[in-house]
Design a protein around this ligand. Structure first.
Ligand code: 9MR
Length: 484
């Protein structure tokens, strides 16, 4: 059984062997201390997790809560892996089966198991077009946007401090050559839904790495890979809080291991994000492809680790392809040996980024940012326009114990607006943590929200919407709306 150690703090074997160099520049006294107490003759690690840790990486697997009582399953899990991803238990349908009713039983079981066995947890997945509960599927527009924000806030807050990395948004791009976003109910709430999800997750759990996760993004030449790359580049340039990109890497004859896989990983890493292989499985467990994936990850300093999507072939979502490292009886397959050997032969420099367990967000979450394309923020007024030349604001509040999301509709009076400022008064102890489609001044007490570049012009009688999220209690109404 594994002990509760912090695997990533152990220096890579290759690094340990460079004792003199490390000691000479002994900036990290903890590291130097570890090196001094370690034997000079390193022997090859005998489990995936231990071997990955020697390379400053993790090795993880998807876990199903109901299988933890299976002795063969948990024996392999506890022996081999130091990162777990709940396979289905943290998805929206599992965690919020009815609106506002959260259910964490199975996911908690996995998190508790991981923590008591010295493993860390990748959270999967906060916002995704699939595995939505029925009530979400029937929502659209602002109601869906608010439900998503509330969901991300609630789930990320529940697991605050326990998640190494969150798949904040999963599979938001279309397959094929379009390079477009995938059509989905979430996408139809406005192109900025992804960045809103990331900002919301950052506000809820500032210590977790925040990842975008997708499949068919392994081949650098694919339009989908390029589209995700451009999104990450855009997010980094605008300060949207993104820390990592997950490559699912479900490989098979239709989606083979691409010879430019390492280029893909290193190109994303060069944008200033970590990369992680998040759902690896390979048709018939092709040992060469498994070895290549491991070697490529080890060659990229910001590749934090590898997660396989299940333990035994019989645990796989594609069981008929026998794509995993253990057979149905829990025996190691040839691909297991290939992976372990590749890990053991790795000789990578210590990662240049902070150790994942202590990683802090590197960029402050901005309060606003323009969406990459105009979001559908305007809508015809639902009520008769007011008979004044100014503007009015109405608040729709989504409130839960300790937090809220406010959506504010700004409606022009009898004259067009060229700009507007809405003020709200927050009760003492409440604070704005995140704003979209407006620029906030201040965060508590009386807070002003001024239009951003793309929604200041509102025709007479027409409306636009902005929103903000906060802790404490939200405002029931607008204090004032001032037209420019
Ligand atoms: O392995 C998961 C399987 O048990 C579920 O039935 C399926 C439902 O969508 O999701 C599988 O996991 C998926 C993951 O959440 C996202 N990437 C693709 C995975 C395989 O379908």
């Amino acid at each position: 059984m594994k002990t509760a150690s912090a695997p990533d703090r152990r220096p890579p074997r290759s690094w340990r062997n460079r004792r003199t160099a490390v000691l000479a520049g002994a900036a990290g006294t903890l590291v130097a201390g570890l090196v001094l107490t370690m034997p000079n003759t390193a022997s090859a690690a005998t489990t995936l997790g231990a071997s990955a840790a020697e390379q400053g990486r993790y090795f993880g697997t998807a876990v199903a809560a109901y299988k933890l009582s299976d002795n063969t399953y948990s024996t392999i899990l506890n022996r081999e892996f130091n990162m777990v991803t709940p396979e289905n238990e943290m998805k929206w349908d599992a965690t919020e089966p009815s609106q506002g009713q959260f259910s964490y039983g199975s996911a908690d079981q996995i998190v508790n198991h991981a923590q008591s066995h010295g493993m860390r947890v990748r959270g999967h997945a906060l916002a995704w077009h699939s595995q939505q509960p029925g009530w979400v599927q029937s929502l659209s527009g602002t109601a869906l946007r608010n439900a998503m924000i509330n969901h991300v806030t609630q789930v990320a807050t529940h697991y605050k401090g326990k998640i190494y990395a969150w798949d904040v948004v999963n599979e938001a791009f279309a397959d094929g050559s379009s390079g477009a976003r995938r059509d989905s109910n979430l996408q139809r709430t406005g192109n900025d839904w992804i960045e809103v999800a990331f900002r919301t997750a950052r506000a809820a759990d500032p210590g977790a790495k925040l990842c975008y996760n997708d499949y068919n993004t392994d081949d650098w030449n694919q339009a989908k890979t390029q589209a995700v790359y451009r999104m990450v580049q855009d997010f980094k340039s605008r300060g949207v809080p993104i820390d990592c990109v997950g490559f699912q890497s479900h490989l098979n004859s239709g989606s083979p291991y691409p010879s430019n896989y390492r280029t893909t990983l290193s190109s994303f890493a060069a944008l200033g994000v970590d990369v992680q292989i998040t759902e690896l499985d390979i048709e018939q467990a092709n040992s060469t492809w498994y070895r290549n994936v491991v070697t490529d990850c080890l060659a990229v300093a910001r590749c934090n680790g590898i997660t396989v999507w299940g333990i035994r072939d019989s645990d796989s979502w594609r069981a008929s392809q026998n794509p995993l490292l253990f057979d149905g009886n829990g025996n190691k397959k040839a691909a297991y040996d290939a992976v372990l050997a590749a890990l053991n032969s790795g000789s990578t420099p210590p990662p240049t980024t902070a150790a994942p367990t202590t990683a802090a967000p590197t960029t402050a979450a901005p309060t606003t940012a323009a969406p990459t394309t105009a979001a559908p923020t305007t809508a015809p007024p639902t009520t008769t326009p007011p008979g004044n030349a100014g503007c009015t604001g109405t608040v729709t509040l989504n409130q839960w114990p300790g937090g809220f999301v406010a959506t504010v509709r700004v409606t022009a009076g009898s004259s067009a607006l060229s700009g507007w400022t809405v003020t709200v008064s927050l009760p003492s102890g409440s604070a704005v943590t995140n704003t979209w489609n407006a620029q906030a001044s201040g965060s508590s007490g009386s807070v002003g929200f001024t239009n951003v570049s793309y929604n200041g012009s509102v025709a007479a009688g027409q409306s636009t919407e902005f929103g903000f999220q906060g802790t404490g209690t939200g405002p029931g109404s607008v204090q004032s709306c001032t037209a420019r």
